[in-house]
Design a protein around this ligand. Structure first.
Ligand SMILES: Cc1cc2nc3c(=O)[nH]c(=O)nc-3n(C[C@H](O)[C@H](O)[C@H](O)COP(=O)(O)O)c2cc1C
Length: 324
C-alpha cells in the first residue's frame, strides 16, 4: 500500500504528519526571520527600515503635548547612517526622508530654544549640506473631519490618519455598529470569518491593557478606547495557512478603522508584539477561548477638533510598484 493510501485511511497518523509539517514550516519562518529581521539586514548594509523607524520615532516625539528635549541619540544615529550613503543612492526615498526629519527636528529645537547641545549642531550641519525640500517630515495638524464630508471612498481613505489623543466622549453604539458592519464586509479566506472584536469597557481589563500594550506610548490613556481583534486558530486548515490569521485580521481591522473614521471616530492600530507569556495572560484575562489569538489592538475615540500627528510621508508609486 502506498504511503498516501495509509495516510488516507489512518486519521491519527494523518494528524501526526500534519502537525509535523506545521512545525517544519514554522521553522522555515523562524530561519527566514532570524536571517533577515531588521537588525540582521541592517548589519548587511540594508539600512532603510532603520531610517524609517528613527524618522517615525522622532516624528512622534514632535507630537507630544508637552515636549521636552528629546531625540539626541536618534539624530546622531541617523546622521551616521545617512553619511554612509553614496551619491547615487541619495535619490532614495529613505535618504530624502532622513534629511527632511533632521531639518524638522532642528527647527523644532530652535522653536523651543534647545540649540545648545552638540547633537543639534551635528544634525543641523548635516541637514544644511544636503538640501532636499520635496518631502514633508515632522508633525502636522489634522482637523477633525466632518462626517458629512466623508461620503466617498476617496474622502474616507485619503483623510484617515492615526491619532493618539481623543475627545472625552463615550462612543455611540450606532457608530460602533456601523464600523462592525464594515468589519464583517471585509473578505476572509474561504469566507471563514475567523475574526472577532472585543470592545474593552471593563476598567480593570482596560487598565491592564494600558500597561501591557507595547506601542501605547504617546497615547492619551484617559480617553482611548480599546478594541481587541482576534482570529481563531481553529479556522486554519494546514501549514500553508499559518499566517492567515494575521492576514485576515489586517483586512477586517482596516475596514473597521475606516468604518470608525467615516463616523468621526479616530483610531490607531497598536501592534500586538508582546511575549507569549504576556499574550497568554491577556487572553486569560479577556476569557478568550484557547484557540483564539490576538491579532491587533485598535485604540479609538472621537476626534479632537485638532490633532497633532506625525507627517508619515508616503513613498511614491514608482517606489513600490513593479511590473514583472
Ligand atoms: C500593524 C500596525 C501596527 C501599528 N502599531 C502601532 C503602535 O503600536 N503604536 C502606535 O502608536 N502606532 C502604531 N501603528 C500606527 C502607525 O505608526 C501608522 O499607521 C503609520 O505611521 C502611518 O500613519 P497614519 O496611520 O497616520 O497614516 C501601527 C500601524 C499598523 C498598521
Amino acid at each position: 500500500m502506498m504511503l498516501f493510501d495509509i495516510l488516507k485511511r489512518n486519521d491519527s497518523l494523518r494528524s501526526i504528519v500534519k502537525k509535523g509539517k506545521i512545525y517544519r514550516e514554522y521553522l522555515h519562518d523562524a530561519r527566514q526571520m532570524s536571517r533577515y529581521y531588521l537588525g540582521a539586514s541592517e548589519s548587511r548594509g540594508k539600512k532603510e527600515y532603520r531610517i524609517m523607524l528613527l524618522v517615525h520615532s522622532l516624528e512622534k516625539g514632535m507630537c507630544m503635548p508637552n515636549p521636552r528635549p528629546f531625540g539626541y541619540k536618534k539624530v546622531v544615529h541617523l546622521v551616521h547612517i545617512l553619511s554612509d550613503y553614496n551619491e547615487l543612492n541619495k535619490k532614495d526615498f529613505e535618504y530624502k526622508l532622513g534629511i527632511a526629519i533632521l531639518k524638522a527636528w532642528c527647527s523644532f529645537c530652535e522653536t523651543h530654544g534647545w540649540t545648545e547641545q552638540k547633537e543639534y549642531r551635528i544634525a543641523s550641519e548635516y541637514a544644511q549640506k544636503n538640501g532636499i525640500d520635496d518631502i514633508a517630515a515632522g508633525s502636522r495638524i489634522m482637523s477633525a473631519p466632518h462626517i458629512t464630508e466623508l461620503s466617498s471612498f476617496d474622502d474616507v481613505v485619503f483623510s484617515r490618519h492615526s491619532v493618539r489623543d481623543f475627545a472625552d466622549i463615550p462612543l455611540k453604539e450606532d457608530d460602533i455598529q456601523y464600523a462592525l458592519k464594515c468589519f464583517l464586509e471585509a473578505p476572509t479566506a474561504c469566507n471563514r470569518q475567523m475574526c472577532k472584536v472585543y470592545y474593552i469597557t471593563n476598567p480593570n481589563m482596560k487598565n491592564t491593557l494600558d500597561n501591557t500594550i507595547m506601542g501605547v506610548a504617546g497615547f492619551n490613556k484617559k480617553t482611548v478606547n480599546y478594541f481587541v481583534i482576534t482570529y481563531d486558530t481553529a479556522s486554519l486548515d494546514y501549514y500553508g495557512e499559518r499566517n492567515q490569521g494575521h492576514l485576515n485580521t489586517g483586512l477586517v481591522a482596516m475596514n473597521f478603522v475606516n468604518g470608525l473614521h467615516a463616523r468621526g471616530i479616530g483610531s490607531c492600530f497598536m501592534q500586538w508584539s508582546n511575549k507569549y507569556s504576556e499574550d497568554l495572560q491577556i487572553r486569560k484575562l479577556l476569557k478568550l477561548p484557547e484557540s483564539e489569538r490576538i491579532g491587533i489592538v485598535i485604540g479609538a475615540g472621537y476626534y479632537l477638533n485638532e490633532s497633532t500627528i506625525p507627517c508619515s510621508f508616503r513613498k511614491s508609486i514608482e517606489d513600490i510598484y513593479r511590473v514583472i
